[in-house]
Design a protein around this ligand. Sequence first.
Ligand SMILES: [Mg+2]
Length: 300
Amino acid sequence: MNALQKVLVADDDAINREVLAELLKPEYTVLLAKDGTQALDRATRHVPDLVLLDVMMPDMDGFEVLRRLRADPRTADIAVIFVSGLGRPEDEAQGLKLGASDYIAKPFNATVVMARVALHLQMVRQRRMLEHLAHVDGLTELANRRRFDEVFEAEYQRARRRDTPLSLALLDIDSFKQYNDHYGHPAGDRALRAVARTADAFVRRPGDLAARYGGEELVLLMPETDAAHARGLADRLRDALNRLAIAHVASPVAPVLTVSVGGATLLPGEDTAALFAAADAHLYRAKQAGRNRVVWRATP
Ligand SMILES: [Mg+2]
């Protein structure tokens, strides 16, 4: 079931609020605000899908509310429709220029309001779907490489600012080419999805990320995690993957599917590229040492 989309109605006139709320309630979750300050507070707290925003309000007008919504990253993308008694074209133009999706003149017609709200909420859903698709790997449903690159950069900056550890692991399925050759690509896809699901379940703290980096290679990003903990987590994951007991008779390593993991924890002065290269070099070492193991860069 889809949760109802949330619509915030901000209007200083109690009757307008009530009329709009009654209209919208059967189809949406409705939040109400009686002035600009409350509108900003509700918007930040509940992040509605759409705001129906009155222009003329005593403490802070709707234009200013919209400016402040756009200035805050938490609310910058919320769709806004102005509902205003200011019917002049220049008012409408100003509202749209500020980034409103639409402008409805008061007195409004209920059917038109509902139709426009439905249209804009549909566009919100479509935009979210596109954003989702742009960030998710289609086969494994993990974050894709593009998403990983974004999160890696953001977590790197955060780790530097706060002086907290940041650990990175690269995980590669052992002898995956032989697996595909022996069992076929559909089976290979299923195995990769099973590995991805298990990896995803292991990195579930806020900020953690499991992504598909390419082919049969996953990457795990673990903010605020020192080398000992990250290494321990990677090894428990490797063990859990062994215990999935996915038969791999063509593997020179074990009768079941195994993985090799290389990891590194951020060093002072190191950039993202160097950290990634270090994890990759240790993945190579894990392969060289016989696979089905975790090799972590030694901490100085
Ligand atoms: Mg008003």
